[in-house]
Design a protein around this ligand. Structure first.
Ligand code: DC
Length: 231
């Protein structure tokens, strides 16, 4: 497959977007970008700088501080996946915490934050050969992406997946708390004014509730093949 394309993977939280996106990127030799990590890094910056009040409201001061936020993805020590760095500090673990997760929807609803990150994401995709996962990749970041995938899975399966992930990382959290967090984020992500999560008209739906990661990868690879054969 000589032709390089853009693959946009959108969907609800914990539908396995990053697992699927990473696997297909590896198979094709493409770059993988986790845009959720970028919104999470901005959220961590807000927490660290006292920009979120006790009611969860994001301070207007964030707008003037945006130029101070530098997010990068760096690979460390021969690992296959990149870690997220916020102003030169590896924040991969902190951005996955339940505290960051509980504020990320509010931060990602700030129009200036979206404008900044979308611009950076579009630059990353200029040379194509990229798989990007998020909420607005097929609708806003790359509306011209050759392949748009919208991922879903049942809410129970999604909560279980996130719960196991957090437990494996040593976080003390209950399944109920995780389920509530997922429901709240679904609601905020789909109802926010700026770039709400929605399925692009030309996206293909991938419901992986009862699919293995291998089956999912084959399914994606077939879609890429179909597109590249058409060209
Ligand atoms: O994919 P994730 O769960 O790591 O994303 C974290 C949050 O970031 C999610 O609740 C919504 C937001 N997000 C977004 O608004 N736009 C994106 N492109 C990616 C994530």
């Amino acid at each position: 497959m000589n032709r390089k394309i853009i693959i946009a993977v959108d969907g609800y939280s914990s539908t396995g977007k990053s697992t699927a996106a990473k696997a297909i990127a590896r198979r094709l030799g493409y770059i993988y970008v986790d845009t959720g990590a970028m919104y999470r890094a901005v959220t961590l910056f807000c927490i660290q700088n006292g920009l979120i009040d006790s009611s969860g409201k994001v301070s207007d001061r964030l707008k003037s501080l945006l130029p101070d936020i530098r997010i990068e993805f760096r690979k460390s020590g021969g690992s296959e996946t990149a870690d997220t760095y916020l102003n030169d500090v590896n924040v991969e673990k902190e951005i996955r915490s339940i505290e960051t997760a509980s504020h990320v929807s509010a931060v990602s609803a700030v129009p200036e934050v979206r404008e900044l990150l979308v611009g950076q994401q579009q630059l990353m995709g200029q040379a194509k050969g990229i798989v990007m996962d998020g909420r607005d990749i097929g609708t806003v970041v790359f509306p011209e992406a050759e392949l748009k995938v919208f991922m879903t899975a049942s809410p129970e399966i999604r909560a279980m997946r996130r719960f196991s992930e957090l437990k494996a990382k040593g976080e003390t959290v209950s399944l109920d708390e995780v389920r509530r967090n997922i429901e709240e984020r679904d609601c905020m992500d789909t109802h926010r004014k700026v770039s709400p999560l929605r399925q692009a008209a030309d996206a293909v739906v991938l419901d992986n509730s009862s699919m293995t990661p291998e089956e999912q990868l084959e399914w994606l690879y077939e879609r890429v093949n179909e597109i590249c054969e058409q060209a």
